[in-house]
Design a protein around this ligand. Structure first.
Ligand code: ADP
Length: 169
């Protein structure tokens, strides 16, 4: 059984086996939660991202996929980087957003991570409406078979926390 918990706060302050990053496909850093994770996690994370890019992820990490690195100085063993889709009003990309959560859980299972902290992927610069993102995130984590025992959503502001709370029921 996976217990879903919601907290409001900064994911870089969380303690978990794995912390999920809403990365971009370059894996070389960005703004939002990605910038915060690299800032607090220190250079070891970027160094490992660079070596992934030099290896099998030469073209970057595709949208909807996930890959793990060290968590550097964060209070976690791993960072799982996933690339959310940019929201579109003309195309339904919800399968790709669901895939971010499913693939992150699959990578967590491979690593043996039992507690995983997630941000609200795609709801910042990628503009996904919070209520819809919360529905997809919660439905996907609820229905994906996994050995993860705690999936903790770490929502940065009150609006995001409320959107997830009203869906978590
Ligand atoms: P994306 O490009 O996937 O939209 P962003 O980082 O821009 O990624 O935003 C994703 C979500 O992460 C947004 O809801 C944003 O408010 C939130 N966020 C930003 N910084 C943090 C942080 N330090 N901890 C948790 N969530 C954060």
């Amino acid at each position: 059984m996976t217990t879903i918990t919601l907290v409001q706060g900064d994911i870089t302050r969380e303690s978990a086996d794995a912390i999920v990053n809403a990365a971009n496909s370059s894996l070389l850093g960005g703004g939002g939660v990605d910038g915060a994770i690299h800032r607090r996690g220190g250079p070891a994370i970027l160094a490992e991202c660079r070596s992934l890019r030099a290896g099998h992820l030469g073209k970057g990490l595709p949208t909807g996929e996930a890959v793990a690195t060290t968590a550097g100085d964060l209070d976690a063993r791993w960072v799982i980087h996933t690339v959310g889709p940019v929201y579109s009003t003309t195309e339904d990309r919800s399968g790709l957003l669901a895939s971010c959560y499913r693939e992150s859980l699959r990578v967590a299972d491979e690593l043996g991570a039992r507690t995983v902290a997630f941000p609200a992927v795609s709801t910042g610069v990628y503009r996904w409406p919070l209520d819809d993102a919360a529905r997809i995130a919660l439905d996907t984590v609820r229905t994906t078979p996994t050995s993860v025992t705690e999936a903790r959503f770490v929502l940065f502001d009150e609006r995001a926390y409320e959107a997830f709370s009203s869906r978590a029921g």
